[in-house]
Ligand binder design. Structure first.
Ligand code: C2E
Ligand code: MG
Ligand code: MG
Length: 563
């Protein structure tokens, strides 16, 4: 009786000691991250401690010595991953509580390891392999593949998923992703395979990006067919809680061995092809190609050249005047960026600004423009030329938290008054900028700067938004005034837009004016200012100063005749 209660107490003590060690070991090793490895490392000292504590308390019971040896041997096996084989019978016979405790613990650890493994390998929303798991599996298969074997990697990006997520909520978005995964599984299942190892892999890389790897195909045409199948499957509407949701996808396809033999190369190629599919109208499946490879190389080279241009000060500015249609005087000049490329000659912004935007280099370039323009304002003012200069601002610049601060610093450093500075912000950008940006623009305007909306007529403006913006002038895009002198409807549209701009209390500026009859018609329909080749081309600083002196004369002679 006494020996039984001693045994009981010993087991309780041993289990408690084990539990304490287990928790301490977990805390000491996990750093807040529970991994399979951590669990294993925590479990072993706990079990060993339990057994040793128990053994210490029970060492007087000679009959259990063999059972302890057996338990230690079994625990050693568990430490090497064997959580499944049964607990040896001699432990159960001699110390049943220990056998039960070991059994319970092994079961619990096995279950925990399973769930840790699932979490580490699979995406919980779609139950598809996650990025890491997909990469490992595909890399393993590629490494073992015979040289000539044809395989394909598909990079799939959903087309309108963000809109669904934003408008219908994340729960609906998650459901949709689950349904997309099921349709991809169905497409993969429809591809016939000879061996299990040829089974396609599907993965969710992130957000609305999926990938499929087909380890054995007959040729590239088969990949095209599969791509079409995926497009078809994802174009069919999804029915979620009674709502019909239409999305679609853009797909990039890379072939092994043609476009690479490593996962890294295939991913890059498929990714580039997918971007090409998106850029050329979405809802398409595009193969990677030599032309795309050349385009990628050009883009990479352009980025390198742009960085060099920033470092070596290869940029310059030209100035294009804007003249008033009421009195013919120069009211402002727009500063336009040029790149003096060492081998290609002068490059226009259209050939390099989009890349500068993508890479973020526009921030540095924009700072250079702001510094140069404010310095020019000062220099000209010292020469007696009080000329307002306009600079173009792009999206990435406005996104940059320091933009307005740097601009003010540049103005201060050059001692350039705000009234001689104009900011041009495109219509599209103006429609989407944040409240903070609007506040900063308003503050600059309150200090005397002029704010213009550029390229009006190329985006989608909301009138109420336009009314709220702190702006002084709106520049009608060239496309809006191109046919103003020759087509009645073009004239009527331009006239109504000018009326609307005046209604907003702003000045109407027409850009890209090449013909005198366009200028004349614009004057007749009430446009205030024009800019374009009909007045003057963009000119370098010396040419601009000479031109403006000639154009205005000592007391401000009119540049364009005003009838
Ligand atoms: P934008 O601000 O709309 O500038 C007007 C563009 O029209 C300039 O092209 C100008 O040279 C051109 N242009 C002027 N008059 C005429 C004309 O009569 N006919 C025609 N067909 N075109 C005319 P550019 O210099 O190639 O600049 C293109 C765009 O690049 C600019 O459009 C502006 O959005 C951007 N850009 C230029 N400089 C900068 C800059 O320093 N920073 C930023 N972020 N963007 C700039
Ligand atoms: Mg502009
Ligand atoms: Mg413009």
């Amino acid at each position: 009786m006494e020996s039984a209660s001693l045994k009981g107490r010993a087991i309780v003590f041993a289990l408690c000691a084990g539990a304490v060690v287990f928790i301490l070991a977990l805390l000491a090793t996990s750093h807040g991250q529970l991994s399979a490895d951590t669990m294993g490392r925590a479990l072993i000292p706990a079990i060993v401690c339990s057994v040793l504590s128990w053994a210490a308390a029970e060492r007087s019971v000679a009959s259990t010595a063999a059972a302890i040896d057996s338990a230690i041997a079994r625990i050693a096996k568990a430490a090497h991953g064997d959580l499944d084989s049964p607990i040896p019978e001699d432990i159960g016979a001699a110390v049943p509580h220990l056998a039960e405790a070991m059994h319970g613990l092994f079961q619990q650890v096995a279950a925990n390891l399973d769930s840790v493994h699932r979490l580490a390998m699979f995406d919980p929303v779609t139950a598809l392999p996650n990025r890491t798991h997909f990469r490992r599996s595909a890399e393993r298969q590629l490494a073992e593949m015979p040289i000539g074997q044809i395989a394909a990697l598909l990079f799939i990006d959903l087309d309108r998923f963000k809109a669904v997520n934003d408008t219908m909520g994340h729960a609906t978005g998650d459901m949709l992703l689950g349904m997309v995964a099921n349709r991809l599984r169905a497409v993969a299942d429809s591809v016939s395979i000879d061996e299990v190892s040829d089974k396609p892999l599907i993965g969710r890389l992130a957000g609305d990006e999926f990938t499929m790897f087909f380890p054995r195909l007959d040729d590239a045409r088969e990949a095209t067919r599969i791509g079409r199948g995926v497009l078809f499957a994802l174009t069919e509407p999804f029915d979620i809680a009674g709502a019909e949701i239409e999305i679609g996808a853009s797909i990039g396809i890379a072939m092994r061995p043609g476009h690479g033999t490593t996962l890294h190369d295939l991913m890059r190629a498929a990714d580039a092809a997918m971007y090409h599919a998106k850029a050329t109208g979405r809802g398409r499946a595009e193969h990677f190609s030599e032309e795309l490879a050349a385009e990628l190389a050009d883009r990479a080279q352009l980025e390198i050249d742009l960085r060099t241009a920033v470092d070596r000060d290869q940029f310059t500015l030209v100035y294009q005047p804007q003249v008033s249609l009421t009195d013919g005087r120069i009211v402002a000049a727009e500063a336009l960026l040029r790149w003096q490329h060492p081998t290609d000659g002068v490059k226009l912004p259209g050939s390099f600004l989009p890349r500068a935007e993508e890479t973020g280099l526009i921030v540095e370039i924009g700072e250079w423009v702001a510094a140069r323009v404010t310095e020019t304002i000062r220099r000209w003012a010292d020469l007696g030329v009080e000329q307002r200069l306009a600079i173009n601002i792009s999206q990435r610049q406005l996104d940059h938290a320091m933009f307005f601060r740097r601009l003010r610093e540049a103005m201060l450093a050059a001692d350039a008054p705000a009234r001689l500075l104009e900011l041009e912000i495109t219509e599209t950008l103006a429609m989407h900028c944040s409240e903070d940006v609007i506040e900063a623009i308003a503050a600059l305007r309150a200090d005397g700067a002029t704010i213009a909306i550029d390229d009006y007529g190329t985006g989608h403006s909301s009138l109420s938004r336009l009314r709220q913006l702190p702006i002084d002038r709106i520049k009608l895009d060239r496309s809006l005034v191109e046919h103003v002198a020759t087509r009645r409807e073009a004239r009527l549209i331009a006239q109504s837009v000018i009326g609307l701009i005046h209604g907003l209390g702003c000045e109407a500026v027409a850009e890209g004016i090449e013909q005198d009859d366009q200028a004349e018609m614009l004057r007749v329909i009430g446009c205030d200012v024009i800019q374009g080749y009909a007045v003057a081309q963009p000119m370098d600083e010396q040419a601009f100063l000479a031109w403006s002196r000639n154009a205005t004369g000592p007391r401000g002679k009119a540049v364009v005749s005003v009838r």
